[in-house]
Design a protein around this ligand. Structure first.
Ligand code: FNR
Length: 342
């Protein structure tokens, strides 16, 4: 199976598979303030990650590139990002490092959005040399290093060896020349992972929890024969991952992602201390099914609703949401109790 076919399969199954998993967001609630003493007009959505200022905490998470038809998808994502003034990431650039003919499928995002904040993407085993080439390829402002062990193990042609990654991440963080974001792809993170990441010197971490796009399920659809079906619910939800991160809030700029569908989910991530919020599947669907204009409308609406929530909480900035109490119930509360977190 070629890398190009795999990239197309990922988009196809991400669109086809239902979103059935719980993200844990329904276990979280804000406490309503009937007298918030705030004005909608004063609300700022500005934030920063890795020392870079962002005018919105919403970013388009890594999705695609690396096959002919993905160039048009990345072009549309870049138009959306440009229109809405949000940061965006490309999908793994490994394909273009192997085959320079595929560079344009990623480079389009910089061509469409010359002044935007763009994030490159490679797997966490990348060398410093490859990381520099990926950054240069698209003029990236930051670089993702993704962790996707469950996906690789489910993928028939996937990696089977995962030792030595911590040292490789450390070298890229030190040598690549732009801030690095270590991210999962939908299985979440834990205290154990944050502790190890702290040793690498990385400053930005995207928890990418369970509950949205499910790569084990996607790879199962691509397998012939027996599937790894019981692994489809592997990992921590986004809510649990952010709660596990509480003692690391001063160490990392956290990005909340994985199953974020709307402004309420995004606000809950911010209230748990995330500095930014990533969306992948929830943007890909309207973009592919309805087009850029509708996706822009959806994003504008998400920003309006986020401003409303910030106002309701008596805050002037999205970052102040982190000072507000969040009620945690159900399975998410049980997890925290058993683990002694948050
Ligand atoms: C992804 N994702 C992803 N992540 C990554 O680091 N490198 C990649 O190449 C890809 N490829 C990719 C393709 C497609 C079609 C989708 C939908 C997603 C994972 C993505 O960045 C994100 O972490 C997960 O999708 C979870 O977020 P959502 O989709 O639940 O918002």
């Amino acid at each position: 199976m070629s890398i190009e076919q795999r990239k197309l399969d990922h988009v196809r199954y991400a669109l086809e598979l239902p979103i059935s998993e719980s993200t844990g967001f329904s276990d979280l609630s804000f406490v309503h303030r009937a007298l918030p003493e705030s004005d909608l007009a004063d609300v700022s959505l500005a934030t920063s990650i890795g020392g870079l200022d962002l005018s919105s905490p919403i970013l388009l998470n890594a999705m695609t590139g690396g096959a002919g038809p993905t160039e048009a998808i990345n072009g549309k994502l870049a138009e959306l990002a440009k229109h809405c003034g949000i940061a965006m990431a490309v999908g793994s650039q490994r394909a273009a490092l192997k085959d320079p003919a595929l560079v344009s499928t990623y480079r389009i995002v910089r061509d469409v959005n010359p002044d935007g904040i763009i994030i490159g993407n490679l797997g966490a085993g990348a060398t410093v040399e490859d990381a520099k080439r990926a950054v240069e390829m698209i003029g990236a402002d930051l670089l993702h290093l993704h962790l996707n062990v469950a996906q690789e193990l489910t993928m028939p042609e996937g990696d089977r060896s995962f030792s030595g990654l911590v040292e490789k991440i450390r070298q890229v963080v030190e040598g690549v020349g732009v801030p690095v974001i270590v991210k999962e792809v939908g299985n979440g993170m834990s205290i154990e992972t944050f502790r190890v990441l702290a040793e690498t010197g990385v400053k930005v971490v995207d928890v990418a929890g369970r509950g949205g796009t499910n790569f084990v399920a996607i790879e199962n659809r691509r397998r012939s024969g027996l599937q790894f079906q019981h692994m489809e619910s592997w990992g921590q939800t986004t809510a649990v991952s952010l709660l596990e991160a509480q003692e690391f809030l001063h160490r990392f700029d956290l990005i909340g992602s994985g199953g974020v569908q709307n402004a309420h989910d995004a606000a809950k991530c911010l209230a748990l201390g995330a500095k930014a919020v990533g969306l992948a599947g929830a943007v890909l669907r309207p973009l592919m099914e309805l087009g850029v204009e509708q996706a822009v409308e959806m994003m504008d609406h998400l920003h309006s609703e986020l401003r409303a929530i910030v106002t309701l909480q008596g805050c002037r900035s999205v970052l102040e949401l982190a000072e507000r109490p969040v009620m945690v119930r159900g399975e998410t509360a049980q997890w925290c109790q058993l683990r002694g977190v948050a």
